[in-house]
Structure formats: C-alpha cells, structure tokens
Design a protein around this ligand. Structure first.
Ligand code: ADP
Ligand code: MG
Length: 304
C-alpha cells in the first residue's frame, strides 16, 4: 500500500473508533492470523459486581473481612478492586481504615497493612503456596474446606473469586460477576470468518474462562495465566510461525502486548496497556476489532 492510502485508512480508522499508531501498525493488522484475547475488561465489560461474600467459621466474619479488603483495594485500578470497594455500604474513603505499604501484583492481587495486620486480597491459588498447613484445610487448596467448597462452586458457575487473608489466615472469599460485552460476540464471530484464530488468555480460573469462551465460541483457552505466562504464550505462537495480535486492557497484559506482532489496547484500559499497544479501540466496542482488520485488508487490496 502506498503511504497516502495508508494515511487515508488511518483517518478512516479514527472515524471507526480505532486509533492506529502510524501506518506500520495498519500493515501489521493486515497480516495478523491469531488474536490472543484477554477476558476481564476486554471480552467482558470489567464492571464487576460482588455476588457473594463467604467467611470462615470462627474468623473475623464477612463484614469485617470485606471492609479490610475494600480498604486495601482502594489503591487498586483493577475491576476486582473497584467492585469490592463499591460493595461496602459506606465506602467513602474516610469511613475505611487507613492502609500503609500498599502493593499490587498484576495478575495476583493486592496487599497492605491495616492496624499492623497484613491484609491480602489475592487469587485463591495463592493459598496453596502459603506453606503452613492447618487442621481442617484441604491439602490441595490450602484453604479451610468450607471456603474451598465456595471457591469451587462459584468458579464452576463462571464467577471470579478472590481470597481475603489476614496475617496469613484465610478469612473469606469474595465472588464477583462480570458481563460479556455485547460487541464481543460480533468481534469473535467476524474474526473467525476472516480466518483468524481466537485464543482466550486470562489470569482468572478455568471455570470463569470456560464460561466466557463457551458463550463466545472460543475453543482455545488458557486460564490462570500470569502476566509472564501470557507473554510466553505469545512467544510460543510466534515461534510456530503465527502472526499474533494481543488485545488487552490491564497492567497484566503489558508484556504480552509488547511481545506481540501487534498490540491492541482497550480505550478504557490502563495507561500501561495503552502505552504498550500499537492500536487502541477508543470506544468500548469490541466489534471495532473486526472492522479494523477488514479496513487494513481492504487498504492493501485497493492499492495493489
Ligand atoms: P484477566 O487476565 O482476565 O484480565 P487478571 O490477570 O487481571 O485477569 O487477574 C487475574 C486474577 O488475579 C483475578 O482473577 C484475581 O483472582 C487476581 N487479581 C488481580 N487483581 C486483583 C485485585 N486488585 N484484587 C484481588 N485479586 C486480584
Ligand atoms: Mg484484563
């Protein structure tokens, strides 16, 4: 394609809500044959809502655990964090206890100190590596059986589940629901019709991943993928000769976006994701993804 045609197409892309970082990105988009899609905040709206809080018997209780979790999550920009905070009835910043030493680990969770206690809100798998096994815990999960059962059943129902730990003790689990973006159906359908292979990669559980994949007709699923796993997956696909686009929204997607032939960020995503991407979907419309590929292909076809 001539530079003029590419520039014209770049302008048309902007009209469709697709921000292309230079004509080379459009060329890259034309050649892509595999699209690795993030789940939370990309295929789904990322407007999560808490559906259940379950505390262990004899512990702090659901209300106290939720408040501690919300206090720490106030520092998070992740959909889980926003939902947990929104679920506390009076979540005005002043009403929650103060947190020191806040840390966020992409794809794993957050931690901070409240009144000298270490509060962590993390994916349930983190309990497994905690080491010290207490009486009544299921050996596999590292959780009390009553909490492990909730995790299993909620994840089977497609929920995202996080664990609240206080000074290392598992106190509660929080289940959250998310909604598939309406544009995701069209996007996946059109990608397939254009001959592109959709691959779902998420840090969330197998159950939550499968629920979305089934709904959208995606058969290749990689669940519980850490940010490093996502980047490694992209590397493997490229080593197989695939030309890989990654589409994501989170800090946890940054390495995969940067390592792809083409990185695509959701406009609603984090600054880190947008900074690492070649293309940004400005409107929260996943359908624009297929439009972008079609536009890129049409551009080369008219000029040749
Ligand atoms: P996805 O790849 O679907 O966007 P992430 O990699 O962002 O998901 O998150 C993976 C998992 O890490 C979540 O399902 C959750 O268990 C945990 N997690 C991430 N961020 C947070 C947070 N702020 N609070 C609690 N858990 C979190
Ligand atoms: Mg995400």
């Amino acid at each position: 394609a001539t530079p003029t045609a590419l520039l014209a197409a770049t302008g048309r892309g902007a009209g469709l809500g697709i921000l292309v970082r230079g004509p080379q990105a459009l060329e890259g988009l034309r050649r892509v044959d595999t699209v690795v899609l993030d789940k939370t905040g990309t295929l789904t709206t990322g407007s999560m809502a808490v559906t259940r809080v379950a505390a262990r018997t004899g512990g702090l209780g659901a209300d106290a655990a939720l408040r501690l979790a919300a206090a720490v999550e106030r520092g998070s920009e992740h959909p889980v964090g926003r939902a947990v905070c929104a679920h506390v009835p009076d979540a005005q910043p002043a009403a929650l206890p103060e947190v020191t030493g806040f840390t966020a680990t992409p794809g794993r969770g957050v931690a901070g100190r409240v009144d000298g206690r270490l509060v962590e809100v993390v994916r349930p798998e983190e309990a497994r590596r905690a080491g010290t096994r207490r009486k009544g815990q299921t050996p596999k999960s590292g959780l009390p059986r009553e909490l492990a059962d909730v995790v299993r059943s909620e994840e089977q129902d497609g929920r995202t589940v996080v664990l609240v730990r206080v000074d290392g003790a598992p106190e509660a689990v929080i289940a959250l629901g998310d909604t598939v973006r309406s544009g995701s159906y069209r996007a996946v359908d059109h990608l397939k019709r254009l001959g592109l292979r959709p691959v779902l990669a998420t840090g969330d559980s197998e159950g939550a991943a499968r629920a979305v994949a089934r709904e959208l007709g995606i058969t290749e699923v990689h669940a519980r993928a850490t940010p490093e796993d996502k980047a490694a997956l992209v590397g493997e696909l490229r080593a197989q000769g695939r030309r890989v686009a990654v589409i994501g929204d989170g800090v946890n997607d940054t390495a995969a976006l940067a390592g792809a032939d083409l990185g695509i960020a959701m406009g609603s995503g984090t600054d880190a994701a947008i900074g690492a991407a070649d293309v940004t979907l400005v409107r929260e419309d996943m359908g624009a993804l297929a439009d972008a590929v079609r536009l890129a292909r049409r551009t080369s076809a008219t000029v040749r």
